[in-house]
Design a binder for this molecule. Sequence first.
Ligand code: GAR
Length: 201
Amino acid sequence: MLRLAVLISGGGSNLQALIEATKDPDFPAEIVCVGADTDAAGLAHAEAAAIPNFVVRPADYASRADWGAAFAAEIQSHDVDLVVSAGLMRILPVGFVAAFSPRLINTHPALLPLFPGAHAVRDALAAGATETGVTVHIIDEGVDTGPVLRQATVAVRDGEREADLHERIKQEERPLLIRTVREIADGTLDLAAVASAARAQ
Ligand code: GAR
């Protein structure tokens, strides 16, 4: 059973989808902790499922690096195999990435390398994209630059508002994230091999 940490900043609908998936006894992973950088509404999903959860606030630390070290230590105390950033709206410091790489993945609401950053859905609309989507990727030292694992495409509707498009992206995102975690857990997807192939390019 793969031991997951899930990291969030917001409502946690992806977290909730993962919690539901792990209720299936055949699902090869379990969520052993949920971490946040703020009092995220989504922590209520962890509470409701009796999953240990914690908040490590950057404002409580002298530097980003110190915050990252404290966040990593808290996660490591739960003996995790894979860290899943599912709506964590903060760039992880290099020390944090090094602590878990390559067993550290993120879900992002765009077809990377297009539209990285915190406003991916807004940026896709502003660019007049006719399609966008979701990417699950390994986190590296850059911002949304790590090797792509899985993607799903979503067609943009004429005049669509950001919130509506984001919600439709999330409808693709939740099953894609669950599928990707399943593939990592059952060995279909080998993160070390993907990361080393990316480095060799
Ligand atoms: C998700 O769409 C995720 O891809 C996005 O935040 C949303 C969180 O939704 N993450 C980013 O934009 C990171 N750059 P949720 O809290 O309902 O799971």
